[in-house]
Design a protein around this ligand. Structure first.
Ligand SMILES: Cc1cc2nc3c(=O)[nH]c(=O)nc-3n(C[C@H](O)[C@H](O)[C@H](O)COP(=O)(O)OP(=O)(O)OC[C@H]3O[C@@H](n4cnc5c(N)ncnc54)[C@H](O)[C@@H]3O)c2cc1C
Length: 344
């Protein structure tokens, strides 16, 4: 019989579990009910006991200042200790940078195997035996594969945005067991995190909307001139007012390397598509972008797709967007920003 461990960790405030951890708990609950398997939640945090309130099942916790910040040696030791204590056959964990860094090593230490970028978990049947099936995408989200494995423990790193985050219905206090961890000699001292301010950070995986900019923003407009500073103000204004995440076509981010006038806040990390990212957001608005296949393949997980383009024959109008506004994006976004400012 299977048994399930969900590994979770605190966010950078150390006062709550990360959203991706809460999503992994939902995945664990769903799977435990389908397999009728016992579920345990493992927590790694500075004060893990506080974070276990309201959890729906027993919790194994690793606590202490050493676990307040991500660090390979401490996180790997903590996860290994939790896995050995739970002795589960299936280990689910969020595919966060913190756990993605250590999960393969932990699987190796406990003689397990790992698969990453899992988007769905199902229970099928092989020869009449209930079998766990994990789904992931290959080849830039073009091929969806269903994986099964005999080896246990089987570690599965879940992609963010694939499950609803767990929300505690009451303040129930589950049974908590503190797990002691023997730490190796630590060579790394975490002195802090240096990150851009929130409003400078344009890639926002948790945003409801993806706002994509295409090369059209920097092209000559009907008056024969380019309007890059104006484009920059409109885009940043829209992002500030909506909290949307900023994506870009390849053509636009490539322009920086070609010495052309570009939008300084865009990098290749913003690129969406075949050679870029495949983000997950409830809605997407594409502007001044042609909607070619290598770009649109990155929109696979955007539920509601809209585009603003001057070209009535662009790729978006050919069945790739739900709604296309054939219009000049400059006045449209200026008007939207004006309405959003009034509404705020
Ligand atoms: C192997 C390979 C991999 C690739 N990978 C990617 C990838 O990962 N991501 C990606 O994006 N591309 C990728 N590409 C490139 C892709 O094929 C397209 O060339 C690119 O997406 C086009 O970018 P664009 O639409 O911004 O620019 P353009 O094709 O130049 O289109 C600009 C659009 O803006 C419109 N426009 C101009 N002014 C306005 C205005 N005022 N208002 C409204 N609309 C306006 C124009 O009508 C035009 O449709 C790849 C290509 C190859 C060959």
């Amino acid at each position: 019989m299977e048994s399930i461990l969900v590994l979770t960790h605190a966010d950078e405030t150390n006062t709550a579990l990360t959203k991706a951890s809460l999503e992994a708990i939902t995945a664990g609950l769903e799977l435990a009910s389908r397999l009728s398997a016992p579920l345990t939640i493992g927590i790694v945090a500075a004060d893990a006991t506080n974070l276990s309130q309201g959890l729906p099942c027993p919790a194994l916790v690793v606590s202490g200042e050493s676990f307040a910040q991500p660090r390979y040696a401490t996180d790997a030791a903590a996860c290994e200790a939790l896995c050995r204590a739970a002795n589960a056959t299936i280990v689910l964990a969020p595919g966060s940078s913190r756990f993605a860094r250590v999960a393969a090593a932990v699987a190796h230490r406990v003689n397990g195997l790992i698969d990453t970028h899992i988007t769905n978990l199902n229970v099928g049947s092989i020869g009449g035996t209930e079998t766990l099936e994990a789904t992931r995408w290959f080849y830039r989200q073009r091929i969806e594969a269903v994986l099964t494995r005999d080896v246990r423990p089987w570690f599965l790193l879940l992609d963010a945005g694939t499950h609803a985050p767990f929300a505690a219905a009451d303040a129930a206090q589950p049974v908590i067991t503190e797990i002691a961890v023997e730490l190796p000699a630590l060579r790394t001292t975490v002195t802090g995190i240096r990150a851009p301010k929130q409003d400078e950070q344009t890639i926002r995986p948790d945003a409801k909307m993806l706002f994509v900019t295409g090369a059209g923003w920097t092209k000559k407009q009907p008056d024969g001139q380019t309007h890059v500073p104006e484009a920059s103000d409109l885009i940043l204004g829209f992002l500030r007012l909506t909290g949307a995440s900023l994506g870009s076509s390849k053509s636009l981010v490539d322009q920086g390397g070609e010495g052309q006038s570009v939008l300084p806040f865009l990098t290749h990390l913003n690129q969406v598509g075949q050679t870029g990212a495949t983000p997950r957001h409830a809605k997407g608005l594409s502007t001044c972008c042609h909607g070619e296949e290598p770009h649109v393949v990155g929109w696979r997980f955007i539920a509601d797709r809209r585009a603003i383009s001057l070209d009535p024959n662009c790729g978006w109008t050919r069945g790739k967007a739900d709604v296309v506004y054939v219009a000049d994006a400059f006045p449209v976004i200026a008007k939207v920003n004006e309405l959003l400012t009034k509404g705020n």
